[in-house]
Each structure stands twice: as C-alpha cells, then as structure tokens.
Ligand binder design. Structure first.
Ligand code: ADP
Length: 279
C-alpha cells in the first residue's frame, strides 16, 4: 500500500511539474499572440490612415481651388476698399470689410472640415448621426462634385438615423463610395449619385447608387480585393473598397456591391442602429 502510495505521489509530482511547464509555455504563447495582435491592429490603423491621406491627396487640386476662390475674392474686396477709402466712401468700405470677415469664416470652416477628417482616430464605436456623416462627406467632396458636374440626391426618411460607428471612419467609407460613384458618372451624359437611408429595427442601411456603367459581372467577386482596380494608373490604387470593407467589418457592419436593375452600380452599407444621443 505504501509503495503504491509513494508511486502515486511521484506521478502526481511529475504531472504537476509537466503541467506547470505547459502553463508557462501557454502564458508565453498568449503574450506573443497579444503582441502580434497589437502589431496587426496598429498596421491596420496605419493602413486606414494612409488610405485616408491618399484620398485627401487625390482631392488636393479641388481643395486648393475651393480655398483659392474666397482668397481671390478677399483680395479684390481689400483692393476695392482701398480705392473706396480714397473717395471717402466709408460705408462701402465697412461693407467690404464685412464681406472679408465672412469669407475668412468660410475658409476657416473648409479647413476645419479637412482637419477633422485628417485626424487619426482610435476607431471607437459610439452613436453617430448618419445624416451628419453624409452631410460632412458631401461637404468634403464638394470640390469633386463640382469638378464631375454631378447631381447628388439624398433621400432621407423622417427619422434622423444613428448608427454605432467611428464618425471619421464612417465618413472615410462614405467618401470612398461617393468618390467612386463620381468617378463612374463623370464621363457619362447622365451624372447622378443617389444616397438613400433606410432604418430597420436594429440596423440602418445606406445605399449609394450611380448612373455610371456599373460593375462587370466578372469583376463583382473581386471588387473588395486589395489592389483590384480597373482604373488607369494614377486614378486608382484599388485599395479604397478593400479598406472600406475592413472598416465596416470592424464596425460590425456589412458592405456589399451590386448592379442596379436600371443600370449603374449600387453599394449597400449596413450598420448596427444606435439610439440617438443627446449631445
Ligand atoms: P480604385 O477606385 O482605386 O480602383 P476601389 O477599391 O475603390 O479602388 O475600387 C475597385 C474597383 O471597383 C474600381 O477600379 C472599379 O472597377 C470598381 N468600382 C468601384 N466603384 C464603382 C462604381 N461606383 N461603379 C463602377 N465600378 C466601380
């Protein structure tokens, strides 16, 4: 009995030591896994940020045009004001100064918009107004919309929908979808981009449809692949949709592409619905 007991004791000791070793190894592996995961997340965040900066870069001509217009107007108001002063027309000078203030205000708003969009986000998911995200995206795309001479139609239901998202990342996805739609309609006779919101009990869907040529059926399965592009060099890297898809999945949503039965492409973005927050 004693021998059996001793043997058992030894075996228990051996097993315990084995188990502690395994435990140490597992702890190390978990730590390694956490480190890899953190590095991967950081790389993804950097990729998302780089794609956003690339999108801004593509818009840079339009942006500088948008800022040069009020700048030129300010110069002529100031030049005029000097001439008016020489003629003692102080009331008119006052009017010109008022116009100059208004224009600088407009320029400040434009630059604030781009600054907010360019800032790095942590991807924190909170309640975000979809209406505001669409409005902001359209403001940022304003120079592109003008350039493409496209019409934009936004269909909104009576409710203002809120979704659980990161507002800057949501705008990044919308800008990518609307930007692609603008590129698709630009060479066409009919140039229209429609944005439609639809609320379900626990999700909100937003559809971006254009009157472009649509997506070739053989391209549809590859459209979200990184580096898939049908655009000429310099017009697209083929990263926009793959990054948008990644962002949307990270926000627990879905992004799909299709052709509309009446022509043109239609992109459908679905996100979890949130309660409106009181800001
Ligand atoms: P890029 O715009 O740089 O090519 P994307 O990932 O945004 O990269 O898009 C990948 C491809 O998907 C485009 O090259 C184009 O062929 C197709 N695509 C995207 N949006 C549309 C659209 N609205 N209409 C037609 N094709 C589109």
């Amino acid at each position: 009995l004693k021998r059996a007991h001793d043997m058992l004791e030894t075996r228990v000791e051996e097993r315990t030591s084995d188990l502690s070793e395994t435990n140490i190894r597992l702890t190390r592996e978990i730590e390694e896994h956490h480190r890899t995961e953190a590095a991967l997340r950081q790389t993804q965040d950097e990729l998302i940020q780089a794609a956003k900066m690339a999108a801004l870069g593509q818009m840079s001509t339009g942006i500088s045009h948008e800022l040069n217009q009020p700048l030129a107007a300010i110069r002529s108001y100031a030049d005029n004001a000097r001439a008016l002063m020489d003629h003692d027309r102080m009331e008119d000078v006052r009017g010109n100064l008022y116009q100059i203030s208004e224009l600088t205000e407009r320029m400040a708003q434009i630059s604030a918009q781009f600054k907010a969009f360019a800032r790095k986000t942590k991807g924190q998911l909170v309640s975000v107004s979809l209406t505001a995200a669409v409005e902001n995206s359209l403001k940022i795309l304003a120079p592109r919309i003008k350039e493409a001479q496209a019409g934009i139609k936004v269909h909104q239901e009576d409710d203002e929908f809120h979704v659980i998202a990161d507002s800057v990342q949501l705008e990044q996805v919308l800008i990518n979808l609307i930007g692609n739609a603008l590129q698709a309609v630009e060479p066409r006779d009919e140039r229209l981009v429609e944005i439609k919101e639809k609320g379900e009990a626990d999700s909100v869907t937003i559809m971006v449809r254009d009157t472009g040529p649509g997506i070739a059926p053989e391209h549809l399965p590859r459209i979200f692949d990184p580096f898939f592009t049908t655009k000429e060099e310099g017009l697209g890297l083929g990263l926009g949709l793959s990054i948008s898809h990644r962002i949307v999945t990270g926000m627990n949503g879905k992004l799909t592409a299709d052709n509309h039965p009446h022509g043109g492409a239609i992109f459908t973005l679905t996100l979890p619905r949130a309660e409106a927050t009181i800001d």
